[in-house]
Design a protein around this ligand. Sequence first.
Ligand code: HEM
Length: 446
Amino acid sequence: MRVHVPLVNSSRDGLYVEPGKSGWEVHVCNPEDMRRIFYKHEQFLKDEFGKGCEQTLLSKFTAGPNIGVLVGEPWKAQRKIVNPAFRRSVPVKLFGKIAQDLFEVMDTKGETVEVSNLMSRCTLEAIGRAGFGFEFNAIKDSKSKWSTMYGSIAKGLSDHKFYIFPVLDQSLLWLFPKRKLLHQYLDEFLSVMDEIILHKRELIKNSKNENNDLEENEKDFLTLMIESELRDEGVMSNEELKANLCLFFVAGHDTTASAICVSLYYLARFPEAQKKAREEAISILGDDPKDVLPSVENTKKMNYITQVMKEGLRLNAPIGAAIIPRLAGEDTFLSGTLIPKGTSLIMNMFNIHHSEKYWDNPEQFKPERFENDNINTSWLPFGSGARQCIGMNFSLIEQRVILSMLLRKYTWTIPEDSIHKDRLITSGFPIIVPHGGLDLRFLKRY
Ligand code: HEM
């Protein structure tokens, strides 16, 4: 940030070149060009994902035929099926129950709670149950079999050396017995998914789905996607269903956990904002000394809490610049600069979010900047255009439910000796999280 943001601030066009994984890459750091690239997604296709990385952990988990990596007609056909599933799925009751499980665990921990790990367990449970009705039991039992296995896989996915040198994960895998174990875990996890998909298809075909007694908005994505076949919205093979479920895990788990931690952090650092957010939660959900699970309607009224979340996502977007690069499909111009066909373009949202060209006092936490500003064209944590994050609404509602319930039940502060006392220090790739975890001190209100 110290190097690039000043560069962007002083540059004429908000573009710079840097060596990256695919050679010289152009970083796009102005909202106009970025939106053009996002909107003209057929001219600026996503780069082929997983090229040269076949059979690596990352590729086995994320490079299957899913909406995140496909382009052109196959992507359109899948998005037609997945869009309605995401429109229907707003499982607020599930999120509320997850918050209650979280409280149970927090209350066993004393005042100081490391929230990064806890939020990661909460969002894993949310995506497991909302994805395909799978219970990790991750919140109440930190050592549960599947959550431990999944946690190891997720950690393995962000291990840089295997990303930079895929051969270590392929023909040289025998040199890394621990890594080999992760491959076994992943194979086991994927075969459980296969079984669940077959089972669910069978149940739906015979109208025996255990989801039938659930409200439409609480059904899992797998059910909703299979049901879309019955509504003639399209058909997905079992392989495609599995590839998409995997993608929902990677895209929706630690991203949302990181976003919640960031909001908790800024609310701890700025007690006035915390007070205001709590007053809003209480005005919507009441102040009776017991848990209240927000309804969909309740979450729509959480204006200030949403401003806090948006400001957190601006300052600490979980995916700063790590989305799949785009390729210039033909010679073109970006802000007057010639971009030759085939150039790799990095969508650098981080630099836009931190540039004084687009934000007044960009390093200042100021949720009010979103007060009258629902469509700020420089706010891009979920991307934009036709390939904008399909889970945005799902994630924002999950965040609102968990934050509002936490605000009613606790007040919290940053411990004096925290490394994050004056500034949130982050690390991680591709998902950025609080560095070394985030301890906060909670006091119960009821
Ligand atoms: C704070 C949370 C989240 C952030 C910051 C985030 C960010 C993003 C971004 C920046 C993209 C655009 C990628 C691109 O254009 O190349 C994206 C795409 C996507 N996200 Fe999210 N995401 C979040 C939560 C979720 C959740 C909860 C899910 C699923 C349950 C999800 C599923 C997806 C999928 C499937 C795509 C690919 C869409 C397509 O290419 O058609 N995301 N996300």
